[in-house]
Write a new protein. Structure first.
Length: 302
């Protein structure tokens, strides 16, 4: 099967490489010419433009987008639509907001084409391990694309599946990433507490390795924590500053709209916000209040 690929960053390039290894023909474009040339070196077909991708594919075409969420997705879709024809498929494999995917599906389908949203997990490890894919859209179109998903997945019938109509794929991926926030926060807090018990001189790397085998808290995230601790036991040079890529925020908003309590995920998101702030006014006010009502000493800045 053949596929167009737009966006050959690290994850997109790895996905394209996995597909070419699986015998699929991949025609790729990226604004960075060197990324396109790397694809050609891995057995793919280099395209100098979005239009050239369409020209090099046989109808009905399928074009997979791996571009940043938001305006870049809309811009790419609008640029592709004039060159595509009825029956062609646009696949968004990035971390788009599910409501945007529903809107985009309407825009694409009104032109007689198909839209598929694929929540994709696996990161830089997907090339070797395979990708987990949560697929939304028209079931018949997803079945037509099944050879692509089976090649990208850990196994033909493992790690991927049709989860519902337009937007469902990105909705499930949104919640997946929010769960990830909570799990990461729990690991971080647990290892923080272990590190504070100075009299035991605990080896955090060793503990991570113990937990990886047979423990009820074993997971791939714990595997990665063990790897990080083996490489840098005290995490020296890493600032306590944690970004978020949007899915956690969208999940908390969705939970509010559904009146669904998700306190762990909400707290994990808020703690990421907290990690980026220094010299908080709220903390200074807390210190001032303690001094006001209890006469407690205030630590002065220099």
């Amino acid at each position: 099967m053949e596929l167009g690929m737009v966006g050959l960053g690290r994850m997109g390039a790895n996905m394209a490489e996995r597909l070419t290894r699986g015998g699929h023909r991949v025609v790729g474009f990226d604004p960075q010419p060197e990324a396109v040339q790397r694809l050609a070196g891995k057995g793919g077909v280099a395209a100098p433009s979005l239009g050239a991708i369409v020209e090099r594919l046989t109808p009905p075409r399928a074009v997979w987008l791996m571009v940043p969420s938001g305006d870049p997705v809309d811009h790419t879709i609008e640029s592709l639509l004039p060159d595509l024809a009825k029956g062609d498929v646009i696949i968004d494999g990035g971390n788009s907001y599910y409501k945007d995917s529903i809107r985009r599906a309407g825009r694409v389908t009104e032109r007689g084409m198909y839209f598929v949203d694929v929540g994709t997990s696996g990161g830089i490890w997907g090339l070797a391990e395979g990708y987990s894919m949560m697929v939304g859209g028209d079931r018949q179109v997803v079945e037509r694309l099944a050879p692509i998903f089976k090649t990208l997945a850990p196994g033909p019938d493992l790690g991927w599946g049709y989860v519902g109509p337009h937007g469902a794929g990105h909705y499930v991926k949104m919640v997946h990433n929010a769960i990830e926030y909570g799990m990461m926060q729990a690991y971080g807090e647990g290892f923080e507490l272990l590190s504070k018990k100075a009299e035991f001189a605990l080896d955090l790397r060793q503990i991570a390795e113990i937990w990886r085998n047979g423990s009820v808290v074993r997971s791939w995230l714990l595997d990665l924590a063990a790897k990080a601790l083996a490489e840098n036991p005290n995490l020296e040079g890493i600032a306590p500053y944690v970004e978020d890529s949007g899915e956690g925020r969208w999940t908390v908003i969705e939970a509010i709209e559904q009146a669904c309590a998700i306190p762990v995920i909400s707290m994990a998101l808020e703690w990421r916000f907290r990690s980026r702030e220094t010299d908080l006014f709220s903390d200074r006010l807390l210190a001032a209040l303690r001094a006001q009502f209890g006469g407690h000493p205030v630590k002065r800045t220099t």
